[in-house]
Design a protein around this ligand. Structure first.
Ligand code: BGC
Length: 751
């Protein structure tokens, strides 16, 4: 820490120090005039800047200035394009800089455990690698403008039900591999200025008091150097919080906790050094923000609006395109149906809600085809039936070439603060799609929603375009994608299951208790569906294009490696079509280790790269893989470990479809030494050649005892512990001899 900051802390009174550790109001840190410590402002995120209008009253926290609404987090993840995400981050950073906002309260990096989480639109993916890489790109973009970010909600905040208090319970491997991994990648790759601790508990400990996560893992293991800020109102006991590494309480609980902290320091319940450490970090943040503030900065609303229009199509996922029903041709006579064409859903609800003054509805954006009629069919604002409206739409569908239905979730269906009750679209929408598909073969469904919906009509329609929540340029961007002026190149950042009941968290999501057991463990999203060989509507990573891509040669620069080495993988991608487009090259790793005792997903995403290819162009794409591509979290070692063996490096179309692979053998530099005790079993000992040699005489003696071990002693012994063998051995072996054997198995030198 800067020595100037240290000496400044020495000049502060206890009361001043404590005061700095909470907000002065909803959005500001406190000022200390006598020492020229300024107050700085933070604002939400993530899909744009939600800054409270300075002219509004202290309680009018939702009265925001007008800013640009960018595509939601789910869209950014669907782009599979870290350059695009970074560009969005830069634009948001520009807005923050010009509006004198020190840090934006974004991005959210929580895992989509269930399609029902009310905030799924604000999160990236069911996959931690994609989440972490996308978050890192966003953070790099914003912070390149001298503005901080707040990586949130750390961690395991995966539902809105009892969101302030529930306890996410899971084993250490699940925590490390799934719920921490995205945060770990983002912290290590992009050094966010702040991390926001979540409302919930993790394994019984409130996140705002969780020393293990806030200090031992976040700071000591990952090297985080910024401040930990509480989610708004997430503090339960700030004395414990400060000791755990929580720096800034927001908004500030009207000073209630300040008094308690002062008392705790005076009574020596809280070490003053712990408080000082928080104050030093807060001052570092405040001065960094002040130093980086550019008084003359401006931003261009029109430019950012165009940016949204340009990029939104790149995040759209073309789920189905039978008989090349899309793109729409100029000669097609089209019926547009659905309230979403008029009142598009382009953002989610809650703290991320942007006050945008410039929303393109599809009808405004509709300049690509003059032969168009429109029937509302159903409203975008609710789920009510209107018989006359419904029937008019069906009747109009008879005489047109193609029908495009704009379906989606009404705003009230998904928001921060509550979870969805089911995964379905309003029934009126499903019924209307069915009715229209019964009379017109060329139906295209365009979806506007923040998280997956069931699609009972999927086999009856020709085209499905998932646009998620595209931001304020939604109408034009959708028109461009439908007409082929933009080639949609998004891929699903989550699985779309056939039905909610298939989701691995189904039996343990939300429910009636505050204790949420993450019983599915590491098998979240595609990790579960592929292991179970379960059919899904659309797999993770799926997405079509108006171009046709194929793959050429795949090479690796080695076929054997140690886990402290890296591996370069190169693959050729070819655009076989006349249509320029972007392909997402997806690299997964699959362990090919017979008899492994490690339960793993079939394959895991370990690399992706979006690449533009002109008509008939060919390009080589390379990836560098390191230990993290092969390792699992080993609870015995309390560390990441690469099981020795073969691994397939797979280039895939999506999580279910392998295009080509190469096998490499990976060996850990420091192989794990097995530890034996009286509960070690025969099979394990025999698999370790050194141990097998030592234990052979012991087992030979017992294998002869067919009376005890049956006709097939090898089989009956397989899972038997050393202790049981001794116990069943008619006193042939003593416990002393057993201890001697265990000592030798564990590595006495002469063995
Ligand atoms: C949300 C945060 C948000 C904060 C400030 C909380 O309720 O969980 O994501 O940044 O409010 O609006």
């Amino acid at each position: 820490m800067d020595s100037k900051i240290r000496s400044l802390v020495k000049k502060l009174t206890l009361e001043e120090k404590v005061s700095l550790c909470s907000g002065s109001d909803f959005w500001h840190t406190k000022e200390i005039e006598r020492l020229q410590i300024p107050s700085v402002m933070v604002s939400d995120g993530p899909s744009g800047l939600r800054k409270q209008d300075p002219r509004s009253g202290i309680r009018e926290v939702n009265n925001s200035i007008e800013s640009v609404c960018f595509p939601a987090a789910v869209n950014l993840a669907a782009s599979f394009d870290t350059d695009l995400v970074r560009t969005v981050g830069e634009a948001i950073g520009d807005e923050c800089q010009a509006e004198n906002v020190a840090a934006i309260l974004a991005p959210g990096c929580n895992i989509k455990r269930s399609p029902l989480c009310g905030r799924n639109f604000e999160y990236y993916s069911e996959d931690p690698y994609l989440s972490g890489k996308t978050a890192a790109a966003y953070i790099k973009g914003v912070q390149s403008k001298g503005v901080g970010t707040s990586l949130k909600h750390f961690c395991a905040n995966n539902q809105e039900f009892r969101r302030n208090s529930y306890d996410s319970r899971m084993d250490e491997r699940t925590l490390r591999e799934i719920y921490l991994k995205g945060f770990e990648i983002a912290v290590k790759e992009s050094s966010p200025w702040t991390v926001m601790c979540a409302y919930n508990m993790v394994n019984g400990i409130q996140m705002s008091e969780n020393k293990r996560l806030l200090t031992d893992i976040l700071r000591k293991e990952w090297g985080f150097e910024g401040i930990v800020v509480s989610d708004w109102g997430a503090v339960r006991d700030r004395v414990k919080g400060i000791a755990a590494g929580l720096d800034l309480e927001m908004p500030g609980s009207g000073g209630t906790y300040d008094r308690l902290v002062i008392e705790a320091v005076r009574n020596k319940e809280l070490a003053e050094e712990d408080l000082d450490a928080c104050v030093e970090r807060i001052l570092d943040f405040v001065f960094k923000a002040a130093m980086n503030h550019d008084e003359g900065a401006t931003w261009d609303k029109g430019k950012h609006h165009s940016l949204v229009r340009d990029i939104a199509g790149e995040c759209m996922v073309l789920l189905k395109n039978e008989n090349r029903v899309l793109p729409i041709k100029g000669s097609d006579y089209i019926l547009l149906v659905g309230g979403f064409a008029k009142n598009p859903r382009y953002q989610g609800g809650g703290s991320s809600h942007i006050r945008s003054g410039n929303i393109d509805s599809l009808l405004i954006g509709y300049q690509w085809n003059s032969k168009l009629i429109y029937e509302e069919g159903f409203s975008a604002l609710d789920d009510k039936y209107d018989k006359a409206r419904f029937e008019r739409a069906v009747a109009a569908a008879r005489d047109v070439d193609k029908v495009i239905v704009f379906a989606g979730l009404p705003e009230s269906y998904e928001s921060e603060g509550y979870d969805r009750k089911h995964m379905d679209l309003p029934q009126v929408q499903n019924d209307l799609i069915d009715a229209i598909a019964a009379i017109n073969r060329n139906v295209i469904v365009v979806l506007e929603n923040g998280s997956p919906v069931t699609m009972p009509w999927a086999d009856k329609v020709e085209g499905i375009l998932e646009t998620y929540l595209s931001g304020e340029g939604v109408g034009v961007a959708t028109a461009l994608a439908l007409s082929g002026k933009v080639n949609p190149s998004g891929r699903l950042p989550e699985t779309i299951p056939l039905r909610l009941e298939d989701n691995p968290s189904y039996l343990n999501f939300a429910g009636d208790s505050s204790v949420i057991d993450y019983r599915e463990g590491i098998f979240v999203g595609y990790r579960y569906y592929s292991r179970k060989k379960m059919p899904v509507r659309f797999p993770f990573g799926h997405g079509l294009s108006y171009s046709t891509f194929s793959y050429g040669m795949m090479t690796t620069d080695a076929d054997k490696m140690l886990d402290n080495e890296t591996l370069e993988v190169t693959v050729d991608v070819i655009n076989e079509s006349d249509v320029p487009g972007k392909e997402v090259v997806q690299l997964y790793v699959e362990a090919d280790i017979p008899n492994t005792r490690i339960r793993r997903a079939v394959r895991e995403l370990k690399g992706f790269c979006k690449v533009f290819l002109d008509a008939h162009e060919r390009k080589a794409v390379s990836f560098i893989l390191d230990k993290s591509a092969f390792a699992y979290y080993d609870e015995e070692l309390s560390d990441w470990y690469v099981e020795p063996g073969d691994y397939r490096i797979e280039i895939c179309r999506n999580a279910d479809e392998v295009i080509m692979y190469k096998t490499v053998t990976v060996t850990p530099k420091k192989p794990k030494k097995p530890v034996y005790d009286e509960n070690s079993v025969y099979k394990d000992i025999m698999e370790d050649s050194r141990a097998a040699r030592i234990a052979k005489p012991f087992y030979e003696k017992h294998l002869g005892s067919t009376e005890v071990f049956g006709e097939h002693p090898e089989d009956s012994l397989a899972d038997m512990t050393i202790r049981s063998v001794v116990n069943l051995g008619f006193g042939d072996f003593s416990y002393e001899e057993m201890s001697e054997l265990i000592n030798r198995l564990n590595g006495r030198k002469e063995d």
